[in-house]
Design a protein around this ligand. Sequence first.
Ligand SMILES: [Zn+2]
Ligand SMILES: [Zn+2]
Ligand SMILES: [Zn+2]
Length: 252
Amino acid sequence: MSLSITLSGTGGAQLVPVFGCDCAACRRARLQEQYRRRPCSGVIKFNDTVTLLDAGIPHLMDDWPVGSFRQFLLTHYHMDHVQGLFPLRWGVGATIPVYGPPDEQGCDDLFKHPGILDFSRKLEPFVAVNLQGLQVTPLPLIHSKLTFGYFLETAHSRVAWLTDTAGLPNKTLTFLQNNRPQVMVIDCSHEPRPEAPRNHCDLNTVIALNEVIRCPQVILTHISHQFDDWLMENPLPEGFEAGYDGMRIVMD
Ligand SMILES: [Zn+2]
Ligand SMILES: [Zn+2]
Ligand SMILES: [Zn+2]
């Protein structure tokens, strides 16, 4: 039994570097590949099954040929989390299941013209589903579109994936407090700000949440170029680290 999660993208919709921006973080990312941030997404590997967590990488189907993954698990239907599905749906071959929140609209015409994608697997808050032995519990988040985070659980491992969100609903916070994730990957788009942003967390918000959850390893993702710029000058608190594209979390 082994679970690994790779952060295939750790940026927001703006990405890093930002088109036209000349800040230190964007300049650095243009010069050095490892500082680039693609759309926020993950690759879950449990035993031999690969699940793609969000699908915002534009050339997703070049990286993932047919048969290389089993299913999609979506947090929400914003473009930066689903745009890779648009060309992929017109593929040929077996249907690919897409698990996600019961959003009525989806994104653009995805539901109207699903092609080879099967969007019928709608998830319910706090109702766990079993994906080839991996226990997946949807956790409601706070965002401008219906959004689920996920609690991923095996016999030995507990990982929370929480994007996109501005703070957490009380029920989700209580769930995390009770279920004690060993690793938490969370939307932290912004450097510390005096007022909490409305659609994404800033660092102050994530620090306050973890005073309740007490997760020993907090990995920040959905990082903006301003936050990257801030990170070039400022350390993170103990137990916190900034995610990067290609970062791999290996559990038992
Ligand atoms: Zn996003
Ligand atoms: Zn910039
Ligand atoms: Zn979003």
